[in-house]
Design a protein. Structure first.
Lengths: 303, 290
């Protein structure tokens, strides 16, 4: 599937399949094409080439039928400012054919689930960021969609609201909800998703379970070394260490990938100093999805 | 569950699917619910709706048909009270027509400009299980209903305010068919304007569209009255309000005031509605789909 914006396609030759009940993540920096991908699957972006199916329905040929089966939380707040909190849910229910008392009941149930009952009659403009986001999720799942799309659901949320939303998503997943989310937070993809597709420049670079993506690096430790002198020269010096599988210069620091190897820190410092690089900072960490992204692209995930 | 596949080429026929073919039974219910939503919001804002609808015609009728005759500056006063009455009578049709067409701008275009420019709320309604064109049509339907309501609110005013007799002789078949058509035309104009104007251009809508349309829209004079100015008489025919004013007038006065041929009026209004609807829906698609 493909969409060109005159110059270069935002999403190019993407091939992806998400299974029923799966919690799937698209991870990548801003501009990687995640939102475009979700836009195509939710009928809001018309692809120039290729096809997309939701629950077996061609989203390009039959957008209305596809929309019956999806729930979407977009990046921007699209709550209906002319309606109060409960009405937002109630009218959403009506758009999806739930009418009368059933609409009201569905709205009240969602308010309860999302702990928004107290705000039922509030103006949506008065909600905090976290509450507004919960209301958007409530609205998206109210009509029991086959697939729930969450586009950067926690962007701009405070840490507590983010954790709260993670709980909500986990619970939905436990209840069998198929979820496709995009994020540029690697912890989010790592913690939440069963499978993750790492995207950059409109293409999928890797796709697997987070643990397997990390294991695929064949590395158990990543050492980031900030030192004086030329980075490439230092990288060459460190590559020779026992257990080292590779070294990369990212943003002026050297990232050394190591599999096994004892007494790592002293050996790194010694090797660096011996090659004439005074070490200023040293960081040791287990590989993360960020590490996977960096090894694939040579860039950090966050801009 | 959800799949993206690059290998299958997109068949040209599926890129722009036929309009009604993609409506599902659920789409009709969504349409009704969207309409209901707009009417609920309207009922919440009823005082504002009445204020924005009534103010201009109220002042217009008050000054032209009450104050002027009372202070002896009446339009047509040279012809005495009967001519003044004739002016009041012809003004009723013009005022109702202008109110209806500008309800389209106020009820459809302005909220839409704001929506596309800032709030992007429409993105949620576009996700209702209805083709995108259906959302645009719903906006037109809701605008048309507001246009009809506006006519109902304004008509009594136009009847009551003038100091001289307003002689209405309603042709019901014309009125009952023409007013809905007029309302559709106004709302379609609103859709076209709303999908093509940026928020910073809104003041221009008033100075470049609303004002010329009103003053050159056969609101204050019958189109036939322009005979001494042939260039203007033919020039104003690009203005849809001309046909609306003429049509409403035919309906409300049963043709006692000189008017354009009724068939031409209906045909022109249908034509304008069809074109504006098409342009507006295309614009709407372009604004909400990438």
């Amino acid at each position: 599937m493909d969409t060109s914006n005159r110059t270069s396609p935002a999403v190019d030759a993407l091939d992806l399949e998400v299974g029923r009940g799966e919690l799937f993540g698209l991870l990548g920096p801003n501009g990687a094409g995640k939102t475009t991908t979700i836009g195509m699957l939710t009928t809001r972006v018309v692809p120039t080439e290729g096809r997309a199916f939701v629950d077996g329905i061609d989203v390009v040929a039959e957008p209305a039928r596809a929309k019956e089966r999806i729930g979407v939380v977009t990046q921007t707040n699209t709550l209906d400012r002319s309606l109060d909190v409960r009405e937002n849910l109630e009218f959403h229910a009506r758009y999806f054919g739930i009418v009368g008392r059933a609409a009201r009941a569905a709205a009240d149930r969602m308010l309860e689930v999302m702990r928004l009952t107290e705000k039922a009659s509030a103006d949506v403009g008065t909600l905090s960021g976290g509450m507004a986001q919960r209301l958007m999720v409530a609205r998206a799942i109210l009509h029991r969609p086959e697939v729930l799309f969450l586009d950067e659901p926690t962007a701009g949320l405070d840490p507590q609201s983010r954790l709260g939303l993670w709980d909500v998503v986990r619970e939905l997943h436990r209840d069998g909800q198929t979820v496709l989310l995009t994020t540029h937070y690697m912890e989010e993809a790592d913690q939440l998703c069963e499978r993750v597709a790492i995207m950059d420049h409109g293409r999928i670079l890797a796709l697997d379970q987070p643990a397997r993506l990390k294991r695929s690096l064949g590395v158990d430790t990543v050492v980031t070394v900030q030192a004086e002198g030329d980075g490439d020269d230092l990288a060459d010096a460190l590559r020779g260490l026992q257990g080292a599988t590779g070294a990369q210069v990212v943003d002026g620091a050297v990232r050394l990938y190591v599999d096994g190897g004892d007494g790592l820190l002293p050996r790194v410092i010694t090797a660096a100093e011996r090659s004439g690089h005074a070490v200023r900072d040293l960081r040791l960490e287990e590989p993360t999805l960020e590490t996977v992204f960096i090894t694939l692209t040579g860039r950090e995930l966050r801009e | 569950m959800s799949t993206i596949d690059t290998t299958a080429p997109l068949a040209p026929s599926t890129r722009h699917p036929g309009f009604l073919r993609t409506w599902t039974p659920m789409s009709w219910r969504a349409f009704a619910a969207l309409l209901r939503r707009d009417l609920v919001v309207l009922s919440k804002d009823l005082p504002a709706f009445i204020a924005r609808t009534v103010m201009q015609p109220l002042l217009l009728m008050f000054v032209f048909t009450y104050v002027f005759p009372k202070i002896g500056q009446g339009i047509g006063s040279a012809g005495g009270a009967s001519a003044e009455g004739a002016f009041s009578t012809l003004l009723v049709g013009g005022v109702v027509a202008s109110v209806m067409i500008f309800q389209g701008i106020q009820a459809v275009a302005l909220p839409m400009v704001q929506d596309f420019g800032f709030t992007r709320e429409i993105e949620d309604r576009v996700l209702a299980p209805i083709p995108v064109e259906g959302v645009a049509l719903e906006k037109v339907a809701s605008g048309a209903i507001q246009g009809l309501l506006a006519a109902l609110v304004v008509l009594p005013l136009a009847y009551v305010i003038p100091a001289t007799d307003v002689q209405l002789d309603v042709n019901w078949p014309v009125t009952l068919t023409f007013l809905p058509l007029a309302a559709m035309l106004g709302a379609s104009l609103g859709l076209t304007v709303g999908t093509r104007v940026e928020p910073r251009q809104v003041p221009l809508v008033f100075s470049l569209l609303v004002l010329p349309m009103t003053f050159l829209g056969a609101v204050y004079y019958p189109w036939q009255g322009l005979q001494p100015l042939p260039w203007l008489r033919w020039g104003v025919l690009v203005n849809p309000l001309v046909y609306l004013s003429e049509g409403v007038r035919i309906g409300l006065t049963s043709g006692t005031i000189p008017h354009m041929n009724g068939v031409v009026v209906y045909a022109a209004c249908l034509g304008f509605t069809a074109v504006l609807l098409r342009v507006g829906i295309k614009g709407f698609r372009r604004r909400v789909l990438a």
